[in-house]
Design a protein around this ligand. Sequence first.
Ligand code: 3PG
Length: 399
Amino acid sequence: VGDLTEADLKGKKVFVRADLNVPLDDAQKITDDTRIRAAVPTIKYLISKGAKVILSSHLGRPKGVTPKFSLAPLVPRLTELLGIEVVKADDCIGPDVEKLVASLPEGGVLLLENVRFYKEEEKNEPEFAKKLASLADIYVNDAFGTAHRAHASTEGVTKFLKPSVAGFLLQKELDYLVGAVSSPKRPFAAIVGGSKVSSKIGVIESLLEKCDILLLGGGMIFTFYKAQGLSVGSSLVEEDKLELATTLLKKAKAKGVSLLLPTDVIVADKFAPDANSKVVPASAIPDGWMGLDIGPDSVKTFNEALETTKTVIWNGPMGVFEFEKFAAGTESVAKKLAELSGKGVTTIIGGGDSVAAVEKVGVADVMSHISTGGGASLELLEGKELPGVIALDEVLVAV
Ligand code: 3PG
């Protein structure tokens, strides 16, 4: 079996590893249910096929059993979204769980307790993985956000439970972040932002091999400016990455990639939401001022460059968009991508802060794909293999 739709599911116990690692507030209320909603199609499909669903996830980074990291607050939302009563186990292995599994009806869903309550989960201990595996007949990994972790419930379990297949969410993430990026409809533009070049080197290098246009924004641009001999005032600069920035610029040129750096920036006199600010050319950042967003001319140039594209991937904000004064660059990218999406352009939002920006602007629904993974999407865009994916029997990505 290479695919969930090929698996014989009727009456089968199916262990579904999802990433239900959602943010909770102090009152244990879910503040963003995106990951729960993203896990629903696979679970609903299994219910419709008469499978017995054993649902597993981690939440946060608990050290041992910690009540505030219990999955219990997720039960009402899951029940509501699935339209059936979800049963919650107090553990994820052991005799009580086995009893609950034994009494699970076809089309029923049992939510196991946080797998990270056992240190064996992150250590990927085979004995623990074996215990998880013993609960079920089939393994489905739909936890894209955790696919970069070689943990017992994402990787180890596949050694003891066959078939091991991808869920619909995991498959969709791969289709977009690997498939659409590897054989894109062209022109293909990549927009990469974020505060540090060092955390985006892998992504930039990998995308340089594939894209036609590369737009750079965020705090990382000041390292590029400085590498080109410009003064950057007190902007963030990674001194030890100046050479690398020069190499990346040369590489783009050699590959014929049109790499655009912002031509103007919004500078501030301090790193604060109420800082004094002004727009200056990239070549004229005054001493004592720091760049916190791309400027209006850059937004215009970026929008023009994106106009003819057929595929766009975006990872990383253009500025400090948590501060309203410095959010315009990031928000304009979100708006432009929404507009392009409406014209049939494939728009992929590659996780983390860019997803938050797209949601803030209220255009999440119109994008072709919004990744549910932070670290996982970054690793995938860097061209790395994810342990949770390669452990599966077979994953087909149309490229
Ligand atoms: C995430 O939020 O990125 C995933 O759920 C993985 O969580 P982790 O970084 O704690 O492994």
